[in-house]
Write a protein that binds this ligand. Structure first.
Ligand code: FE2
Length: 293
């Protein structure tokens, strides 16, 4: 599956007033805005839940609109060479552009609080803004929203501060791979990717298979004084906003006898706390997940 193969890193500063203050991290993905099976009600609940909150940071996990999958992109490129009229190609691309513009407006309330957008497999490369640059639909969305383009895999470092005290917190996000057909298999793929590639990170996120689930473990570390220090690590699948079946509507998930997932998103409350293992002078970020459906 082609997701562009780009890894990125980025830093964001999160100034808070004092220990005890918190922010909410909201990964959202596999929206498939514009799909026949897009769940308007789940999306409306999502927007209502967060649009007026200033203490939220968002991270897009890919597959924002129902643009072409990897195999469809190949077929489309071939059709372009095989004699589709330019006008027909333009007609199709224009429809997609409207869908991307519409989605950009739908998440406009996130502007300034969006850590970035991860690339998915549903996307299209093209000249989106008439500037003759060929960029992906996700890069175009990032330009519209003024946020970082994350590629399909990213490490986001949040630098928290309260007065002169500082600490950091890391999130690893990948649009998603494999998944397995069982719930355990779905999360196991996240754990394997996380531990094999970036073992010290605090939260690991994958989307793509539309599962909404989380598991955690205590990835203990050693404090400066050589003593054990607890370190929560969370591994999550970030959910979706698209149904797998509806009465009388044809869908490939029905052919494949694929189960339906709970729709919605996951959020993490990140709370700044005093690190007493360092004599009460340091800070750390405590984290706690909740599924929203
Ligand atoms: Fe996907």
């Amino acid at each position: 599956m082609n997701m562009g193969g780009i890894h990125t890193g980025g830093r964001h500063s999160v100034p808070l007033k004092k220990p005890g203050d918190s922010i909410t991290l909201v990964p959202f993905g596999d929206v498939h805005f514009g799909d026949r099976m897009f769940s308007n009600s789940t999306w409306r609940d999502f927007v209502d839940r967060y649009k007026n909150r200033k203490d939220v940071l968002f991270l897009g996990m890919g597959d924002y609109t129902d643009l072409m999958s990897s195999s469809e992109r190949k077929a489309f490129a071939k059709a372009s060479l095989d004699g589709f009229h330019d006008q027909s190609i333009e007609f199709i691309v224009d429809k997609f552009r409207r869908q991307v513009d519409e989605f950009s407006e739908a998440i406009g309330f996130m502007e300034g609080r969006l850590l970035g957008l991860v690339e998915g497999n549903h996307r299209l490369e093209g000249d989106w803004d008439g500037s003759r640059r060929v960029i992906s639909s996700t890069e175009y969305l990032c330009e519209l929203l003024g946020c970082d383009y994350c590629g399909c895999e990213t490490i986001r470092t949040l630098n928290f501060s309260a007065g002169r005290m500082r600490t950091s917190f890391q999130i690893a996000a990948h649009h998603g791979a494999g998944g397995g057909t069982s719930k355990g298999g779905s999360l196991q793929r996240v754990v394997r990717w996380g531990q094999d590639t970036f073992p010290g990170v605090d939260i690991y996120l994958m989307g793509h298979n539309h599962d909404l689930a989380v598991t955690g473990m205590n990835g203990m570390t050693l404090a400066g004084n050589g003593k054990l220090r607890d370190k929560k690590q969370w591994y999550a699948r970030t959910g979706s906003f698209v149904k797998t079946r509806e009465d009388g509507q044809a869908n490939y998930n029905v052919d494949a006898a694929r189960g339906s997932n709970i729709l919605g998103n996951i959020e993490f409350t990140l709370t700044l706390k005093r690190d007493t293992s360092k004599g009460g002078r340091g800070l750390y970020v405590d984290s706690s997940p909740a599924l929203k459906s």
